[in-house]
Design a protein around this ligand. Structure first.
Ligand code: ADP
Ligand code: ASP
Ligand code: MG
Length: 828
């Protein structure tokens, strides 16, 4: 009976870091009942670096390499000790000691000549893979002697020819060796070393850093495997390097060419050469997390579904741009040929080429360490033209990175480049050069390395996150703030499902402390998280957390009445953070500071919403703006803008003294703790200022009369004094009241403003038919008169205070802003 086909698995150093990892890997492989399993292993995490470090120390004749080798020995024997006993342990450690003697010999030779030839470095570095293969094979043998125990030294199989572009496999030789080393009837789990190979001269070589992925692909091809699994420490190939882009997502399916392009442009998760052997043999590749074997990971194959967008974003750093510029190149055939021939002869590989169609300049990106050599050979090649000034100069720009978006589906999809460059532009990132391969699988931009991570994050959010992902920071979780958090928590699942809106409350600040949440704060128990994980308030850190590079939109919701917080608005707006608040202070302060706020908002393309600053959730500012933006001519705005004053004058009917009603209202929580804050009319004056400014009036508090209902002699005293002495002044209100009633009228505290610029705030006597005379106890009411609403004014009326309605109003602003940010629709 024909044997079943091989399945090859590869485990990277991160999956083989310690004894637990070895146990896990062995368990994973033994759980699979596949007939023939090849397990290609890397060195234990960090081992290759440690070995290469030995050669560097030896090169400097630094005797500390002995101590470093002892540390390696310590790590290996401790791991082995945890995994094996008795004879098995002794055998593995014995072999290790023999290898260590060889390593020591090589190091001595290096120290003697103070130079480490590539071959010596390859020999030393390659031991890491031999040691982990030997150990894993022994662990498998101890756990399942009938299946495990074999290990294959890749030097006996893989034969390569080293070229400038890396190793190329000698397939025929290697296949013959595979067949002679691995019995055709093999059944079980065979461990194989990664990274190392033999060259044509029969000497040890390596496949380059991270080369075990390539080894695995070669073994997969040699064994005609059914599939190759590369097990690592992330869930698969991600849409961007997860160390740099926290929002990176697993890409479920990739074509070979997409994976190759990502790998070549810096996605370290697979070695760029890995895919050659599997593509030729059409072997599907799975990239998976050895710590989460239940996760399906990424599948790389020829038949991956196309999407009409990009698959991933990568960045390679350490590049330099070499720019060749001169009018003499225009229309002269052969310039590019000469340039690339010169670079090829000098062994400089070019990563990116960009030429303007004017042919006035050619720009190439090369690894930074080759830039000077590139400049030299180009200058030599074009020496005559440089003297003759047909070519003006050859410049180098250092510290560059290439950021690339990759995906087969980009071909023929319009708008990808616009989105890519648009996002970089909005993030304020300067692009130095651009290239698109004709396959349209990759669009690359060269940016300063300092900007590379920001560029990656901005582009990632531009392509991957819904435009409706919004980062929120809330300041002041008092009565209103707390209610708002509850409302968001209750609605967020529905908003996500129905509107694809992802509201992430990521920071909450109190006056002295704050809570920052990684992805988002769980709103169900934010208070207990605040208690356990709250830290000292630092508004700069708060801002940075709310507005990170990787999230497209940030909003700060200010639920305080603090002037200090409003003093930060301009900075936040200028940095692109939107603001939503019921706090009136910023918008009713001096006209100059109000203008400065608008300028800051323009500068940062940010918006502020403050509907709840007037009449809580009642659509007062929105209604006014609707009238203005739809071209109506607003003639006047009048209203009762204080629920407290509405209450006082609704209840007061002359039967009881006004002072008694004030005290009662205070006791019931209908007034501010100091009722003079309401009675002074200042709160109403601020609201009127906000409305008048919306109508385009450059108005300030102080420009218009505000009737202060606090008797002059009681303005400076304590609250208690004020309440005790207010009865002395009951006559003043009483006489106004009696005069009004005598004329069939009622007293109401009204704010008004008209198109001629007349504004006033104070008590008015209105007749019984007036819409303001019959309102519920604490209602706000506003009447708009306009060209359209002239005889029959537009009236907005309802509860204008209270945590539930105020929070709901803030929530409505949040949704309005979210809608605007994701669609660009609506005015703000
Ligand atoms: P191993 O030791 O298993 O070979 P590597 O460290 O070589 O693992 O590669 C895995 C690492 O590659 C991940 O931990 C991640 O930090 C990095 N990486 C960079 N780009 C990507 C990407 N696009 N997708 C997944 N991982 C990536
Ligand atoms: N151990 C080698 C390295 O660290 C090869 C590999 O892990 O892929 O580069
Ligand atoms: Mg790797």
């Amino acid at each position: 009976m024909a044997k079943n086909r091989w399945k090859i698995h590869k485990f990277g150093g991160s999956s083989l870091a310690d004894a637990d990892c070895f146990r896990r890997v062995a368990g994973l492989m033994l759980d699979r009942r596949d007939d023939r399993i090849g397990v290609v292993v890397s060195a234990m995490g960090g081992m290759t670096d440690a070995l290469l470090n030995l050669t560097q120390l030896a090169e400097r004749d630094d005797a500390s390499y002995e101590a470093e080798l002892a540390a390696i020995s310590e790590r290996y024997s401790a791991t082995t000790g945890e995994l094996l006993d008795g004879k098995q342990r002794a055998a593995v450690l014995d072999d290790w000691s023999k290898d260590a003697d060889d390593v020591r010999d090589v190091l001595k030779a290096i120290a003697l000549v103070k130079s480490a030839p590539q071959r010596s470095r390859d020999v030393v570095a390659g031991y890491g893979e031999i040691w982990s293969a030997r150990l894993l094979a022994a662990v498998l043998a101890s756990m399942a002697p009938e299946r495990g125990g074999t290990w294959v030294d890749a030097r006996d199989v893989i034969t390569v020819h080293q070229t400038e572009l890396g190793p190329t496999v000698q397939w025929e030789v290697s296949r013959n060796k595979f067949e002679s080393v691995v019995p055709a009837e093999f059944s079980g789990v065979a461990v194989m070393t990664g990274f190392i190979a033999t060259d044509e001269a029969g000497l040890q070589t390596t496949l380059g850093r991270n080369g075990s992925d390539f080894s695995a692909a070669i073994f997969a091809a040699l064994s005609s495997a059914r599939e190759l699994s590369i097990w690592t420490d992330v869930d698969g190939v991600m849409s961007a390097d997860p160390n740099r882009v926290p929002e990176a997502q697993v890409i479920d399916n990739l074509t070979y060419s997409e994976a190759m392009e990502l790998a070549y442009f810096g996605a370290k998760v697979i070695h760029p050469q890995t895919l050659g052997p599997v593509i030729d043999n059409e072997i599907p590749v799975f990239i998976r997390n050895s710590r989460k074997p239940g996760h399906p990971g990424s599948r790389v194959a020829a038949d991956a579904a196309l999407t009409d967008s990009i698959k991933g974003i990568t960045a390679i750093g350490g590049m330099a741009l070499v720019n060749l510029e001169g009018s003499g190149m225009i229309g002269v055939p052969g310039t590019a040929d000469r340039l690339f021939a010169a670079l090829k002869n000098a062994g400089v590989s070019v990563t990116l080429i960009s030429q303007a169609s004017s042919e006035h300049s050619i720009c190439i990106a090369v690894p930074a360490d080759l830039a000077e050599r590139a400049r030299q050979v180009i200058s030599d090649e074009f020496a005559d033209e440089l003297v003759g000034r047909q070519i003006q100069r050859v410049d180098i720009t250092d510290s560059q990175s290439i950021v690339a978006v990759v995906g087969d589906g980009m071909a023929g999809t319009p708008g990808i480049a616009a989105r890519f460059f648009g996002t970089l532009g909005r993030a304020g990132i300067n692009i130095r050069a651009i290239a698109q391969g004709s396959s349209e699988r990759n669009i690359s931009a060269v940016v300063d390395s300092d900007d590379a991570t920001r560029a990656l994050r901005a582009v990632h959010s531009g392509f991957y996150l819904s435009a409706k992902t919004i980062s929120i920071g809330l300041i002041g979780p008092g009565t209103v703030g707390k209610t708002l958090l509850q409302q968001i928590e209750k609605q967020s699942a529905r908003l996500a499902k129905e509107f694809n809106l992802d509201l992430r409350v990521r920071a909450i600040a109190r006056s002295k402390s704050m809570l920052l949440g990684d992805r988002r704060i769980d709103l169900e128990d934010w208070q207990s998280q605040f208690d356990s994980a709250g830290v000292e308030l630092d508004l700069d850190a708060f801002e940075a957390h709310v507005n990170p590079d990787h999230l497209p939109h940030a909003i700060i919701i200010d639920c305080t009445a603090s002037e200090f917080i409003t003093s930060k608005y301009a900075d936040w707006l200028s940095r692109g953070i939107h603001i939503i608040t019921p706090n009136k202070k910023a918008f009713s302060g001096s006209y100059a500071s109000y203008r400065a706020l608008q300028a800051a908002a323009d500068e940062g393309s940010a918006h502020y919403f403050y509907e709840t600053a007037v009449g809580a959730a009642l659509p007062i500012i929105t209604t006014l703006c609707d009238l203005i933006y739809t071209g109506d001519e607003v003639r006047s705005v009048n209203g009762i803008l204080s629920g407290t004053l509405a209450y006082l004058f609704n209840v007061y009917d002359g039967s009881r003294p006004f002072s008694e009603i004030v005290r009662e209202a205070r006791d019931n929580g209908y007034t501010e703790p100091d009722p003079r804050d309401d009675l002074s009319g200042m709160d109403v004056a601020r609201k009127l200022t906000i409305l008048a400014r919306e109508m385009g009036e450059a108005i300030e508090i102080g420009d218009f009369p505000v009737q202060n209902l606090v008797p002059e002699s009681l303005r400076e005293c304590s609250i208690e004094d004020f309440l005790d002495r207010l009865p002395d002044h009951d006559d003043e209100i009483d006489s106004m009241y009696r005069e009004a009633v005598a004329n069939g009228r009622q007293l109401r505290y009204i704010a008004g403003f008209d198109a001629q610029g007349n504004a006033s705030v104070g008590l008015e006597a209105i007749d019984a038919e007036h819409p303001f005379s019959n309102i519920n106890l604490t209602d706000n009411i506003v009447q708009f008169k306009s060209a359209r609403y002239s005889d029959n004014p537009l009236v907005v009326q309802g509860p204008g205070a209270g945590p539930e309605v105020t929070a709901a109003g803030i929530f409505a602003d949040l949704l309005r802003l979210a809608n605007y940010l994701s669609t660009g629709e609506g005015y703000v």
